[in-house]
Design a binder for this molecule. Structure first.
Ligand code: ADP
Ligand code: ZN
Ligand code: ZN
Length: 816
């Protein structure tokens, strides 16, 4: 008897055994996909992780339908890593599999498939089966895989669909909903008809009396001779000191042709070595020390203050790993940041840089997947957000984790709730690769590991070019309000500084960690505040749309004209959001051009880049934004940063609140004065003497670290304790309360460590589900493995209690 052990892409803890023929048994290897029947009538793409002869004892093994691959598409490195993730983060292996593999490789009977729009298809190139599917989709806009099975009248249809997807004729339905549009860059080239000598003469004749146009064309020739790569309209306009309108005129005359390329998929010719920079002495020293550290340690922290030039050090290190043929993974906290970095790396490494993230289309993701699997040169360096960690590396040499302190590296929903930094370290270990963690404001845990010698540790305490760190000035809001020195939410000091900056034609960044106009509308008569009907939060006022909106579920209502409780018309706004700051700015600085960057203005990837680009191009004078501003952006004309209100961050009910406030303020402040001039930062606060604010002002990372570490020890938090957070949700309030209490009691009776709860979180209802949380704190010297086993056992018995079955429990290990 011949069997395979497979993972199904479902939230199931177990693997499953299927029967195969002898021929299949000899052919199949670990890491290949097979389609299998599951349940009454479903078909899934499963992954083979074992080939064996052990008949299952509890059920009759079904036969697989079909083998999908000729060679494995998942490596053993990955399988082992996924097993570790499932184990460590207490989730189903199927969750990891489903989260790791692009969905185009995971077709199942429920997958919905549609035809691409406006597509020319040469029908003669389709096989009979492919044609049948294609024809069916002329009549119906979409089909389930299940339907296709009946159309073709057989079960082994996944390869047919896969081929049609590869040919770009079909797409998965889910993709249609994706709003992502990759950024297109506009290029021009000479119309081919002028590419001959005669053509050239003719061209000069045409342009004889159009001097401005001639100037642009001549510059084009010069650029194409020196640059040897596609020429963007932007570059051309800059070099020729001309305007886009003139280029447009040339396109209309058919002298130029314009074309578009997707920014992060541009092909470079040549070796791409244009970006070569000399390291400064500080950078060189850090570079050498990192290599020294790597002789003994697998992981090294590079603590380099903002604008110390960390990226250039990463580049030099990457170079060394490329030279010995290794693969390199470069993780970023935010996909929105990739464009800036990709162009920096492409300038250096040319075509060896691939980008991978969840906003890419399925085809593109599969493409990168295959390149990494084949160890192709085109994907020797992969840049991506956390999910790039799941690619099929087989010879990983080096991992860079930039801005390692960012909480977006921790996935909170859905499972697997992994931390990309920690999971990357484990992955790198398996490959015997090195990991560099970079940050100006390392997380407490990482700094602790560096100080204690577990990680290597390298510092740069000077900015690149010896530019000084910005000067930080605190403005006491209490005093300013008392002395009537406020205009709206702007102190006289901040207004003066903005005025000066604008008069010098410098740009300004203002930070407010809240979007919307004013967070809430309150009735002056009775104090009523409108709340979301399905969540336990007040609604946020959005002036632009004149709406109140829930930031948790998207529920919205028109802005009320009177109080819903007492009908009074005396309503007032309270709190402060980005939109209101923008409004106030407009009235204080009527001639300034103001942009706003928050979740409302940056939907899709497009929005974010549009704003960044126009700020970089100096089309905006002032940029108002939320914490998105804090993430490693590099602007050279900003010498003033204002933090509107530092207090909202400080008083979050969270053990990381002070650490995060420090990181956020330091990072935002770091956007100031990056080129030559010493920058300035104004922090408005009601608590100028708060320790954290003082630490930010004095650039005292160590002070912050020591104070926080002390608190973490006293209050039992990481790095001294590991936090496992259980979240229970149900619509029935009383059942939930009872169930949470049951679970809490059993846990605290069986674990010799702090178990807290069941707590009603600050937001205790979302989308009509009530929420309770339980926190387990595992001490450093206690076995995590056996503790988790106990927790899992208790969760299993909880699930077995029929009256609690409707309660959903999620487990978050190393809750962030
Ligand atoms: P960080 O990531 O540490 O905040 P960056 O890597 O963005 O700093 O560098 C800050 C600025 O200094 C960037 O504009 C970068 O181009 C410039 N820079 C860094 N290193 C060099 C170098 N060796 N030569 C020239 N410019 C550099
Ligand atoms: Zn009222
Ligand atoms: Zn809501």
């Amino acid at each position: 008897m011949y069997f395979v052990e497979v993972i199904l892409p479902l939230s199931l803890a177990k693997t499953f055994t299927y029967r195969v023929s002898e021929a299949e048994f000899l052919f199949i290897k670990k890491g290949m996909r097979v389609t299998v029947p599951f349940g009454k009538s479903k078909i899934y793409t499963a992954l083979v992780i074992e080939i064996h002869n052990n008949k299952p004892t509890l059920y009759e093994a079904k036969e697989i339908h079909q083998i999908l691959d000729n060679t494995p598409i998942v490596t053993e490195f990955q399988i082992n890593h996924w097993i570790w993730i499932a184990d460590y983060y207490m989730c189903a292996l199927g969750d990891v599999y489903r989260g790791a593999v692009p969905s185009a490789l995971l077709l199942e009977s429920e997958t919905v498939i549609t035809k691409k729009n406006d597509l020319f298809v040469d029908e003669s190139l389709l096989s009979d089966d492919e044609y049948l599917v294609y024809e069916a989709l002329q009549k119906q806009s979409s089909l389930k895989v299940q339907d296709i099975i009946s159309i073709l009248n057989r079960k082994s249809i996944f390869p047919v669909i896969q081929k049609l997807i590869d040919k770009n004729i079909l797409v998965l339905q889910e993709e249609i909903q994706e709003s992502y549009k990759p950024k297109l860059v506009r290029y021009v080239r000479l119309h081919p008809k002028y590419n001959t000598n005669d053509g050239l003469k003719e061209l000069l004749e045409i342009l004889k009396s159009a001097n401005k146009q001639k100037e642009v064309v001549l510059n084009y020739f010069q650029l194409s001779a020196t640059e040897k790569k596609p020429i963007t309209v932007k570059k051309l306009v800059e070099t020729a000191q001309s305007s886009p309108a003139i280029v447009k005129a040339l396109v209309e005359k058919e002298i130029f042709e314009e074309y578009f390329l997707q920014e992060d998929r541009i092909n470079f010719s040549g070796n791409g070595r244009d970006g070569e920079l000399e390291l400064s002495a500080n950078q060189q020293f850090a570079f050498e020390s990192i290599k020294e550290n790597f002789k003994e340690k697998a992981v090294c922290l590079l603590h380099g203050i903002t604008s110390s030039g960390k990226t250039e050090i990463y580049i030099k290190l990457i170079e060394e790993y490329l030279a010995i043929g290794k693969q390199v993974l470069y993780l970023l906290p935010e996909i929105a940041l990739t464009a800036q970095l990709v162009s920096r790396l492409r300038a250096h490494f040319g075509n060896k840089v691939a980008v991978f993230h969840s906003k890419y289309s399925n085809n593109e993701r599969v493409e990168v997947w295959n390149q990494v699997l084949l160890n192709a040169e085109k994907a020797q360096i992969v840049i991506g957000a956390r999910s790039a960690l799941f690619l099929p590396f087989n010879d990983l040499g080096f991992v860079v984790i930039d801005e390692e302190h960012e909480q977006t590296f921790k996935q909170s929903d859905p499972a697997p709730r992994y931390h990309a930094r920690d999971a990357a370290i484990v992955l790198a270990n398996a490959h015997q690769a090195k990991v560099l963690l970079g940050s100006a404001t390392p997380s407490i845990e990482t700094y602790y590991n560096a100080i204690s010698g577990k990680f290597g540790f390298v510092e740069i305490l000077k900015r690149f070019g010896n530019v000084s760190l910005p000067e930080i000035e605190l403005v006491d809001l209490k005093d300013k309000y008392f002395r009537k020195k406020m205009n709206g939410h702007f102190s006289d000091v901040l207004i003066d500084e903005i005025t000066t900056a604008l008069s010098l034609e410098e740009q300004v960044i203002l930070f407010q960690n809240r979007r919307g106009y004013s967070p809430i509308i309150e009735c002056i008569t009775c104090g009523h505040v409108p709340h979301c009907q399905s969540c336990d939060v007040s609604l946020t006022y959005h002036k632009h749309k004149n709406q109140l909106r829930c930031h948790y579920c998207g529920y919205s209502i028109a802005n009320p004209t009177h109080c819903h409780a007492c009908h009074s018309v005396d309503l007032t706004t309270k709190g402060l959001g980005t939109e209101q700051i923008e409004q106030e700015l407009l009235s204080i600085f009527p001639s300034a051009k103001i942009g706003r960057m928050d979740q409302d203005t940056t939907r899709g990837k497009f929005g974010f880049e549009r704003i960044i680009d126009s700020f970089k191009n100096r089309e905006l004078d002032i940029l108002v934004g939320t914490q998105m501003l804090a993430k490693g952006l590099d602007f050279d004309n900003v010498n003033l940063v204002g933090i509107m209100n530092a207090d909202t961050m400080l008083y979050h009910p969270d053990f990381r609140a002070f650490e995060r406030s420090f990181q956020m303020m330091t990072q935002v402040a770091g956007r100031s004065g990056r080129s030559e001039k010493k920058g300035k930062v104004i922090i408005q606060t009601y608590n100028p003497n708060h320790n954290t604010i003082q630490q930010v002002t004095n650039n005292d990372y160590i002070g912050m670290y020591k104070e926080q570490l002390y608190d973490r020890q006293i209050y039992k938090y990481p790095p001294y304790f590991r936090i496992v957070k259980l979240t229970l949700k149900q619509r029935d309030f009383d059942k939930l309360k009872e169930g949470a209490m049951w679970l809490y009691q059993v846990l605290s009776q069986n674990l010799v460590m702090p178990v807290l709860g069941p707590e009603e979180p600050a937001i205790s209802r979302i989308r009509n589900e009530y929420i309770r949380t339980i926190i387990i704190k595992i001490p450093q010297n206690t076995s995590i493995v056996s503790t988790k086993k106990t927790i899992q056992k208790i969760l299993n018995s909880f699930e077995a209690v029929s009256k609690y079955r409707a309660i959903k429990v999620t487990v978050n290990v190393d809750f962030y």
